[in-house]
Design a protein around this ligand. Structure first.
Ligand code: LLP
Length: 407
């Protein structure tokens, strides 16, 4: 198995396992799909840093003109470290921002704050006044649109913690219209993640566009509409026409936007990096307990928590095929939890201790959600570009893990 022209076996040998391997070429290609689908409309693709925040990936995207969607002061520092020239292309989302984070983002001159509550808007005004700078804000509205996805990653219903009730937004914009330190710059929405159909995006955008029209009639002309992220991918290894998906998505947004003349912002994360990454692990042992067979790998839930947390499916394939029948197994890690699994009752090609397996489509919310649970150092990461592989994050050492502790 290869990433581009680079053999995963070779990479595992050189850098060890568990190992995240990303195709830089695919990441760039995916960004290009959004650019192509939105050509003819003023737009900015603000990659959602949380999906995969590797500095090298941020740099790769920034060099191709991407902006960034951040949700913390930490992610702001990642953008600054990877591509300081892109700070002006940053939107700051998130349901709870601290005064320190807001001030840092104001000082960095980011494009827009996506504000999620009245309290946050007041705090933003206060910070801006103190710093004597104008804060560009968008209200993140909650459109009350249902999106078919896992309940943990659905965000667009009134019962969720996210956003401001769209029915209250007009009054909120009007209430700060005279504020010297606040500029109503846009409106934003994000209804959830891993949404496979374009329809709910269109429905949410229709409501947002209607609000933008109402604001315009009140004399509040917005420069941006931010459609958020959430476009889903195929985790089941079927044929996936990414270009068609993006085209369909962009068309749904465009139709819903109607006569809006400003800039369309997007915040895709998963769609750009998800299918560009694999987690390569080594099989430690194959063991039988009663009727079950367990394939135990050196990667665990601390490396890739998606199956444990969202019952997410990741295809698992041997890096080198060997003779033998496929059989039904559980693929698990060494962490001391029954929830530490990658697959349950999965028909897997024959594997033996010492073999390498690749967990596919692990580029998004894989390493980004990794932890040190069970005092396991986090994996190394490799980026493959144009047939060349390079380490973009070394494997953690025990020094990294124990360093902050005080005895
Ligand atoms: N914008 C906002 C405001 C968000 O909250 C998110 C994701 C995105 C953009 C990017 O969404 P994407 O295009 O990647 O779907 N850990 C979960 C996904 C959590 C998504 C959180 N918000 C998973 O592994 O499935």
């Amino acid at each position: 198995m290869h990433c581009g022209k680079v053999s995963l076996e070779g990479l595992a040998k050189k850098f060890g396992t568990p190992l995240y391997v990303y195709s830089g070429d695919q990441i760039v290609e995916r960004l290009g799909l959004f650019e192509a689908a939105l050509a003819g409309r003023e737009h900015l693709v603000c990659y959602a840093v949380k999906a995969n925040s590797a500095l090298a990936i941020l740099k790769l995207l920034a060099e191709r003109g991407a902006g960034f969607d951040i949700v913390s002061g930490g992610e702001l520092e990642r953008v600054r470290a990877a591509a300081p020239e892109a700070l002006g292309r940053v939107v700051f989302s998130g349901v709870g921002k601290t005064a320190e984070e807001i001030k840092a983002a104001l000082a960095a001159g980011i494009l827009q704050f996506n504000v999620e509550s009245e309290g946050e808007l007041a705090l933003l005004a206060q910070c801006a006044r103190k710093m004597q700078v104008k804060a560009r804000f968008a209200l993140r509205v909650n459109p009350d649109v249902f999106a078919e996805t896992h309940p943990y990653i659905s965000t667009g219903l009134r019962e969720h913690k996210f956003g401001i009730d769209i029915r209250k937004a007009l009054a909120m914009y009007k209430s700060v219209a005279g504020d010297k330190w606040l500029e109503a710059h846009g409106v934003s929405v994000h209804i959830g993640s891993q949404i496979r159909s374009a329809e709910p995006f269109g429905a949410a955008m229709e409501r947002v566009a209607k609000l933008a029209g109402e604001l315009e009639r009140e004399g509040i002309v917005l420069e941006t509409v931010d459609a958020g992220g959430g476009l889903g991918i195929d985790y089941h290894g079927g044929s996936f026409d990414a270009a068609a998906k993006v085209t369909e998505y962009a068309a749904a947004l465009g139709k819903a936007l109607g006569g809006f003349k400003g800039k369309l912002l997007l915040e895709p994360g998963r769609f750009i990096v998800g299918q560009a990454g694999a987690l390569v692990a080594r099989v430690l042992t194959v063991k039988r307990n009663g009727k079950k067979t367990f394939v135990i790998t050196d990667a665990a839930m601390n490396d890739l928590i998606r199956p444990a947390l969202y019952q997410a499916h990741h295809e698992i394939v041997p890096v080198r095929k060997r003779a033998g029948k496929r059989s039904v197994v559980d693929v698990v890690g060494p962490v001391c939890e029954t929830g530490d699994f990658f697959a349950r009752d999965r028909k897997l090609a024959a594997v033996e201790a010492g073999d390498l397996v690749a967990l596919l489509d692990a580029g998004a919310y894989g390493m980004a959600q990794a932890s040190n649970y069970n005092t396991r150092p986090r994996a190394a990461e490799v980026l493959v570009e144009g047939g060349k592989a390079r380490l973009i994050r070394r494997r953690e050492t025990m020094g990294d893990l124990l360093g902050p502790e005080i005895l």
